[in-house]
Write a protein that binds this ligand. Structure first.
Ligand code: SAH
Length: 387
């Protein structure tokens, strides 16, 4: 960490004032961890013991998913950037200290190419232009790189030449996808994907397993810390090989598959259809046969399972920032698992949901904060609940 901190001191982010992504930008990494520890303790220590936060070995350049909005200045220079908070003004960002450096270089090349091919950048107010966003995902262990170009139309003139040039300049790119988003929306990705080069997805290795990741599937953004996180989650689950495990909000199946080796059976539940498709492919990619996936709202699925009076031994859950629902938690009570492992990226909704679990007769055994997002204000927690 010392070297990295030295590097940080030399290299202050020039975009800090406008970006708003790294609110802990000028604070030493050690201090950041202290602040996050206090945040979690303030919200959760009345409910259970909060362990010492697990910090990152390297807090820099960790993001494996990088997003940029295309913009254009009066001279016709194309840039990628981010929306200034609360506005639709695009602030150019040519370098970011928490994003994978390979992605930044590809983005800079793309800006030059878009200009030299005389493509128009999308204008949100007028609804004109072609290039809207770029999304780059990198495989930390495999080195695979996916470039997703979000376009306002499925037709990219001179497509072959453009793709050839991008590949020539960046032979490290393993797949290029054209995503069509012709709606007036703040959502980045549209529904249609056209694979222009490669397989249309990347693979990465996590906890010794191989995972395929499609453009719209969720995948943890800090690969090194994800291994730390999953290890804790599986450890908290206390599996012996006999259990029926639910992996709710399972994404592409990463947590459930990490646990499957020590369980009798795992059922993954996920709302996003593409993620479920990836999850099914991932299970067969790794030869895991005791896991299946259901494409359904997790709350609805739990209600149905509870209505059938089914049981589960362990429930793993990893909902989005908005947290889980009362219906989900009340159904868990009926399924009667010995343990619930709640992975949360938002301690505020975690606190709300834990209260409901406690009302239902569970108690919080321990809470382990993990720093998945250095320099930002976000903090992840794994919480073990038992009967
Ligand atoms: N456990 C996975 C994914 C966590 S992110 C991992 O570690 O990679 C949360 C996931 O919940 C996303 O994949 C999202 O698509 C899914 N999700 C969001 N709302 C949901 C709902 N109501 N029911 C089921 N899944 C949902």
């Amino acid at each position: 960490m010392d070297d990295a901190v030295k590097k940080w001191k030399l290299e202050i982010c020039p975009h800090e004032a406008v970006c708003g992504g790294c609110c802990y930008q000028k604070i030493s990494y050690e201090k950041q961890l202290k602040i996050k520890q206090q945040t979690v303790e303030k919200l959760l220590s009345q409910m259970g013991k909060v362990e010492k936060i697990k910090g990152a070995v390297n807090p820099y350049f960790y993001r494996n998913k990088v997003h940029g909005v295309f913009g254009c200045d009066k001279k016709g220079n194309v840039y990628t950037g981010i929306y200034q908070e609360g506005t639709h003004r695009i602030v150019p960002v040519d370098k970011c200290l928490i994003e994978d450096e390979r992605a930044g270089k590809i983005m800079n090349t793309l800006c030059r190419l878009v200009r030299s091919f005389k493509f128009q950048v999308y204008d949100e107010d007028r609804g004109t232009g072609l290039f809207r966003h770029v999304l780059i995902r990198t495989g930390h262990m495999t080195g695979e790189i996916m470039v997703v170009l979000v376009l306002a139309s499925p037709i990219l003139p001179s497509r072959n030449n453009f793709i050839r040039e991008l590949k020539r300049l960046h032979p490290e790119i393993t797949t290029i996808v054209l995503n069509v988003n012709n709606k007036k929306t703040s959502m980045v990705l549209g529904e249609k994907n056209i694979t222009a080069f490669g397989r249309g997805y990347i693979e990465d290795v996590l906890c010794g397993l191989r995972f395929r990741i499609s453009p719209s599937s969720f995948y943890q953004i800090n690969p090194e810390q994800t291994e730390v996180l999953y290890q804790i989650a599986v450890d908290f689950a206390g599996l012996t090989g006999k259990e029926r495990v639910l992996d709710a909000y399972c994404g592409i199946g990463t947590i459930g598959m990490t646990a499957a080796g020590n369980a009798k059976e795992v059922i993954g539940i996920e709302l996003n259809r593409d993620a479920v498709r990836d999850a099914v492919a991932n299970a067969s990619l790794n030869g895991i046969r005791n896991i299946r996936f259901v494409n359904e709202d997790a709350g609805k699925f739990m209600i149905q399972m509870a209505a059938r009076r089914e049981k589960a031994d362990v429930v793993l859950m990893d909902p989005p920032r908005s947290g889980s629902t009362k219906e989900f938690i009340d159904s868990v009570k009926v399924l009667n698992p010995k343990r619930v492992v709640y992975v949360s990226c938002n301690p505020e909704t975690l606190a709300r949901d834990l209260k409901q679990f406690i009302k239902n007769g569970y108690f919080v055994k321990k809470i382990q904060p993990v720093d998945m997002f250095p320099f930002t204000g976000h903090v992840e927690c794994v919480c073990l609940l038992a009967k």
